[in-house]
Write a protein that binds this ligand. Structure first.
Ligand code: SAH
Ligand code: SF4
Ligand code: F3S
Length: 443
């Protein structure tokens, strides 16, 4: 049997696309190889959000090309956002690549690879013939957790971001198709769903006037499916948290009290240059509104430092905002110019050393605050979905709270179970605890 291996870069949408790529390859009769070294068909599902994943891919492709020289019948396929961004140049840049395909054309991979991955035709697909990967067969590695794609593409114009040009215009999946998949997953024993879209909470707008619905209604419909205990969603945009969405998060039992609210910058001046369409004040009002409506809500965020023109004053405003909101977790990024985006052509690019210095200060602050937020959980009982043994200590279990914090705990539960855990320790990224005994839980 010919064997494949998929290496995935980037966001959860890409990870989900990889499940579909694997499902498709298995349908073609290929089996999964433990590593790229052992595979006949080597797939890289790429990301190009910053320069780093591009550089990493170059190293991986170098190794793959060397192996191909020893075994010329090996097929190298490059999919995802980098393949789309470099669609005109990819075969020149990397002559060892046989097949390139964009994120919207996974469905065609089979035609290019041929039965069993033999008879490969050198070529590529792009955004022109987009289809939802969600309709393809799936290779699901997690029995009780699943991603569900609700939309593809993004209509925002954030000036630093490459995503709209590689993932195309936003297109919502029809509610009937989404719910059919959710029902199927629930029947298979899935307990936790993560709804996925580049701008997940603007879902539904492009279905009007034919289907009058919005993201809040979708949350309610998923919440009503029996067996689904937890619902998460990513990535939302602050501009699309209208009242009905907030109400749905507050009222649906399964929707978790965790909201990812990408800030990007605390300076209204920079937010405008970034084309984020909200100000510092509007963002803070949204945070207050959610805190009032959703008891005990946890906030995560994304922040960019060193956007063109960022002054020390702008940066201090970002630090202030981090203190004011009190994020439970934060992803922090050094601004990376992406060819073809508006911000890459802006004057006043921030010098590298300044970016690095600000990044260090920001990380120190976000970690301190997340550490304080986690320390405040000590003594509480949290509901945890067990994911398996801890990554660092196999004698301990690992799971996540509804507020999306990882907990390492002593206990005897199986993966996929929901258990109560008493929290007795914390760091800036994890909690520690012990499983409540069944007797105690029953009292
Ligand atoms: N659609 C999602 C994810 C976008 S990418 C969203 O809008 O939230 C994830 C994060 O990467 C962004 O939120 C942003 O903080 C960061 N990012 C995007 N482009 C970047 C760039 N050119 N340089 C540095 N960080 C970037
Ligand atoms: Fe990029 Fe902005 Fe779209 Fe997010 S909302 S994918 S940051 S353009
Ligand atoms: Fe990267 Fe594409 Fe996701 S650029 S972050 S894999 S949408």
């Amino acid at each position: 049997m010919r064997r494949y291996h998929v290496t995935t870069f980037g966001c959860q949408m890409n990870a989900h696309d990889s499940e579909r790529i694997k499902g498709l390859l298995e349908e073609l009769g290929l089996g999964e190889a433990p590593s790229a070294d052992d595979a006949d068909v080597v797939v890289f599902n790429t990301c190009t959000i910053r320069e780093k994943p591009d550089t990493k891919l170059a190293a991986y492709l170098g190794e793959a090309a060397a192996r191909k020289r020893e075994h010329p019948d090996r097929v190298i396929a490059v999919g995802g956002c980098y393949a789309e961004a470099q669609r005109e140049r990819i075969f020149e840049l990397y002559p060892a690549v046989d097949v390139a395909f964009g994120p919207g054309s996974i469905a065609h991979l089979g035609e290019w690879l041929g039965a069993g991955g033999h008879g490969v035709t050198r070529g590529r697909f792009g955004l022109d013939d987009r289809a939802f990967a969600a309709e393809l067969p799936v290779h699901n590695e997690r029995a009780f957790q699943a991603w569900v794609q609700v939309s593809m593409g993004c209509n925002s114009k954030c000036s630093y971001c490459i995503v709209p040009s590689v993932r195309g215009r936003e297109q919502s999946r029809r509610p009937g198709e989404i719910l059919a998949e959710v029902h199927r997953l629930a029947e298979q024993g899935v307990k936790e769903l993560t709804l996925l879209g580049q701008n997940v909470n603007s879902w539904g707008r492009d279905l009007l006037p034919e289907i009058a619905t919005e993201f809040g209604e979708l949350l309610r419909a998923c919440d009503a499916v029996e067996g689904i205990e937890r619902i998460r969603f990513t990535s939302p945009h602050p501009k699309d948290f209208r009242e009905p969405v907030i109400a749905a998060i507050a009222e649906c039992d399964a929707v978790c009290e965790h909201v990812h609210l990408p800030l990007q910058s605390g300076s209204s001046r920079l937010l405008k240059a970034m084309r984020r369409t909200y100000t510092r004040e509007r963002y803070l009002m949204l945070v207050e509104k959610m805190r009032a409506a959703i008891p005990d809500v946890a906030f995560g965020t994304d922040i960019i430092v060193g956007f063109p023109g960022e002054t020390e004053t702008d940066f201090l405003e970002t630090l202030e905002m981090v203190e004011e909101v009190g994020y439970d977790s934060a992803f922090t990024f050094v601004y990376s110019p992406r060819a073809g985006t508006e911000a890459a052509a802006m004057p006043d690019q921030v010098p590298h050393e300044v970016k690095i210095g600000r990044m260090e200060r920001l990380v120190e602050l976000t970690q301190r605050i997340a550490g304080e937020r986690n320390a405040a959980r000590v003594g509480r009982v949290e509901q945890v979905l067990v994911e398996g043994p801890s990554r660092t200590d196999p004698s301990v279990l690992r799971g996540r709270t509804r507020r999306n914090t990882t907990v390492n705990f002593t206990g005897s539960a199986r993966a996929g179970e929901l258990v109560d855990v008493t929290i007795d320790g914390s760091t800036s990224t994890t909690l520690r605890g012990r499983q409540e005994s069944l007797v105690m839980g029953g009292l």
